[in-house]
Write a protein that binds this ligand. Structure first.
Ligand SMILES: [Zn+2]
Length: 418
């Protein structure tokens, strides 16, 4: 059976690459997910899957603890699911991928175009190829290969594609809330063939620093908002050192710097010879599993306000601090679970070695499944420059991931429900 599955993956390989190139040619950044989602829904329909797609309803998902605060609407930004029904009494499975990608950044930093995927030296380059349209291709072609090889599955399989993994996680919540649940779930994020066993929580914040404007010629009477924002950013750096200097969470003991703080966006000033009256920056802060992101919000806010008191201007004009997007709790997996064992065995069959565990210093949609009590992990391909120019995936690792997912499905869906 193994041989015929691997053969099917080999013979579908060019089709898998073409599928990946196609989905990676869509710019599916925040707000632009519709076209690729429609393409995927049609693709799943052509495979004979029962499909559904709908927009996220914030009234329905806002009650969940991992709900992220959006600052935009959800119209025409569907989540998609395709279900392959089974007559058997085996466990059901969700294979999920997020379709949203982060901004490609300045085009001059890319060799070639970010949304014109290209293959060179065994790698495919392009925004979203690694994170995580490659994983989506693996999900779909693992199922296709099993069917081509005549393997019948004892449990239902859902292929899900969601939006906003990169900013709120509300897409994953929406499908689960609508009843698209299962006995287990796998998300092939690019884990470099490791099993994700824990991940940090994440919050986003926006800081608005006010100045007092003037022409540059009497700048000494003015307060430069950009320079004042610099002081607040220094305070945030102090916070980063503070949290990483504390006792580490057991899952992250061996990690040199588990809690990253990133200033990711900044805007200040309007004219070269005017003193800026406002500077706004956005930052991402990590926290350990077991902490409530709401408590971290309070902690960051009071840290920054306290530091601002040391500056005469900021004391009188404290920065405004708001929170948006991620309100993501951390995650820890039971490594004695059947899901873990099944994934570890699938890895061994493909790679011939024991799998390594990954304590991930960023977040993924696994926490939504965790909130619904569904066993879940991430396992996926290798590559580099995720969230950076010239993002790429190693194609051989995509093939291995496709095989590992196929084996995982065979074992999981053919084992009896508990
Ligand atoms: Zn991702």
């Amino acid at each position: 059976m193994n041989e015929s599955v691997e053969k099917a993956i080999d013979s579908l390989w060019n089709e898998e690459l073409l599928f990946l190139k196609t989905v990676a040619s869509y710019d599916s950044t925040l707000g632009n997910e519709r076209e690729v989602q429609l393409f995927i829904e049609e693709y799943l329909k052509d495979m004979g899957l029962q499909t559904d797609s709908f927009d996220v309803d914030t009234d329905k998902v806002s009650k969940y603890r991992n709900y992220g605060q959006p600052e935009w609407g959800y119209k025409d930004r569907p989540v998609v699911v395709g279900t392959r029904k089974s007559e058997g009494d085996g466990k059901s499975l969700i294979l999920q991928a997020h379709i949203d990608v982060v901004d490609a950044g300045p085009e001059s930093h890319w060799e070639g175009h970010a949304y014109t995927p290209r293959i060179k030296d065994g790698r495919m380059y392009g925004r979203g190829v690694l994170d995580m349209k490659g994983g989506l291709a693996a999900n779909i072609f693992a199922l296709k290969a099993l069917e081509a090889a005549g393997v019948s599955l004892g449990g239902d399989v859902q292929i899900q594609t969601v939006i906003e993994e990169e900013v709120t996680g509300n897409g994953a919540l929406a499908l689960l809330e609508a009843g698209y649940t299962a006995d287990g779930a796998l998300i092939p994020e690019p884990t470099q063939h490791r099993i994700l066993t824990s991940q940090v929580g994440v919050i986003y914040l926006r800081v608005t620093v006010k100045g007092a404007g003037a022409h540059v010629e009497r700048a000494e009477q003015a307060q430069n908002a950009v320079m004042k924002a610099y002081k607040v950013i220094e305070a945030l750096e102090g916070y980063r050192e503070h949290i990483n200097g504390q006792e580490k969470h057991p899952a992250f003991k061996s990690h040199p710097h588990p809690l990253n703080v990133n200033v990711g966006k900044m805007k200040g000033g309007d004219w070269t010879s005017s003193v800026p009256v406002e500077c706004v920056f956005e930052a991402r802060v990590g926290c350990y599993p077991g902490t409530d992101p709401k408590d971290i919000q309070k902690e960051v806010k009071s840290w920054l306000l306290k530091a601002s008191e040391e500056d005469e201007w900021l004391r009188e004009n404290p920065p405004e601090i708001e929170f948006f997007g991620f309100n993501a709790h951390g995650f820890e997996m039971d490594t004695g679970s059947e899901l873990y064992e099944t994934m570890a065995a699938s890895h061994r069959r493909v790679k011939g070695s024991d799998v390594e565990n990954l304590s991930f210093t960023a977040t993924t949609d696994v926490r939504a499944f965790d909130e619904f009590g569904i066993p879940v992990t991430c396992y996926g391909p290798t590559g580099g420059d995720m969230h950076a120019p010239n993002e790429y995936m190693d194609l051989e690792s995509l093939k291995d991931t496709t095989k590992a997912i196929a084996y995982f499905m065979m074992d999981w869906c053919n084992s009896r429900k508990d």
